[in-house]
Design a protein around this ligand. Structure first.
Ligand code: CP3
Length: 341
């Protein structure tokens, strides 16, 4: 059996049409997701129900035949498994009981308990068993800075101001939190591989918030540590880093991270990325999710621009951020046809 196209591409092989998946591909734009979500109870109940998490992970694969499935879960299961209170208020996004300084660290554990995440690993085993051989399975976690910004603020915040202020006022506390998240992420990702994940993606959704004096310490160095820690145990598992808003700083990340894949958000010019980023990096991206909502010419032009920019460079087709709930399913079908034509 040949390696899946997705893994061949991450190994550096070009192909006539690129592998394709979409960030947040299991989600509210799918009627069958909304149906399962309604009967699961809360969002976290869905994440921790192996049968239902398996079902929603497989839904977009059945419909669109994407080249990769991504585990259905969330980046906030790590703070939750560390003992922080996490909940999803309907229509408001995630909420956490804030951890704002050293004194609050008593409210969370000193190390991640993988036991609490057992349903996630069971879901991965079930998903791998159910997937066609040609479909790769992606495991993931959030990057330490992105996860820490939620842990500190207790919710999503504009430009992550509470966590950024903490970086200046209380660097020792933030470094301790980041170190805890680095160690937790390595353990969590390795266990995901052992349960069936063949590729790992790390979501640094808030790289844009970090000024030049902080991005190396709070984002790139922790990411490099996680990649090295995972590779020490699983040297052959490819890793993709998605650092949203890193802009031209992606050049430094791609050259030094040790990861195989570099995700591009929709603000990055793919022609710049293809010409500038380390030739060894496999690029992934980066259609604007709003071009997918609009469809028609916006969608066609967006896909064509990415294909032209990548030229003969092996790459993975994706959106430049997660698919949005109001996206018409017919536009996703059109995207698949365009990318594979
Ligand atoms: O890509 C996938 O399909 C896998 C599943 C996945 C989810 N969240 C499911 C989800 C992944 C990879 C994530 C990552 C995640 N979660 C990130 C990083 C990626 C990014 O978007 O930048 C972040 C920042 C989070 C935190 C989070 N989880 C937020 C801000 C929200 C609310 C946003 C919203 O759209 O309501 C969530 C909830 C969430 N995670 C949903 C899904 C499908 C929607 C919840 C629902 O069904 O009610």
């Amino acid at each position: 059996m040949d390696k899946p196209l997705f893994l061949r591409t991450l190994a550096g092989q070009a192909s006539p049409t690129p592998p394709l998946w979409m960030m947040r591909q299991a989600g509210r734009y799918l009627p069958e997701y909304r149906e399962v979500r309604a009967k699961a109870g809360g969002f976290l109940d869905l994440c921790y129900n192996p049968a239902l998490a398996t079902e929603v992970t497989l839904q977009p694969i059945r419909r669109f035949g994407f080249d990769a499935a991504i585990l259905f879960s969330d980046i906030l299961v790590i703070p939750h498994a560390l003992g922080q209170k996490v909940w999803f208020a309907e229509g408001e996004g995630p909420k956490l009981e804030p951890i704002t300084g050293e004194a609050d660290l008593v409210r969370i554990d000193e190390a991640l308990s993988l036991e609490r995440l057992a349903p996630v690993f069971e879901a991965l085993e079930r998903i791998r068993a159910a997937l066609p051989a040609e479909t790769a399975l992606i495991g993931f976690c959030g990057a330490p800075w992105t996860v820490a910004s939620y842990m500190i603020a207790g919710k999503g915040t504009p430009d992550q101001a509470p966590a950024r202020l903490t970086a200046y006022r209380d660097p020792a506390f933030l470094d301790r939190l980041i170190d805890l998240l680095v160690e937790s992420s390595i353990a969590y990702l390795c266990r995901q591989v052992e349960a069936g994940a063949q590729v790992l993606q790390i979501f640094e959704s808030f790289a844009s918030a970090l000024p030049p004096g902080l991005i190396e310490r709070l984002s790139f160095a922790p990411l490099r540590c996680i990649v090295a820690g995972v590779k020490a145990r699983h040297p052959h598992v490819p890793v993709i880093l998605f650092a949203r808003g890193a802009g031209p700083r992606l050049e430094a990340l791609a050259a030094t991270s040790g990861a195989e894949g570099i995700g591009l958000d929709w603000s990055v010019d793919p022609a710049w990325a293809a010409a500038t980023l380390d030739r060894k990096a496999i690029l992934q991206g980066n259609l604007d999710p709003l071009a997918l909502i609009a469809g028609g010419k916006a969608l066609e032009d967006g896909v064509a621009a990415i294909r032209a920019a990548m030229g003969d460079r092996p790459y993975i087709f994706n959106l430049g951020h997660g698919i949005q709930p109001q996206t018409p399913v017919a536009h996703v079908e059109r995207l698949v046809a365009l990318v594979r034509s």
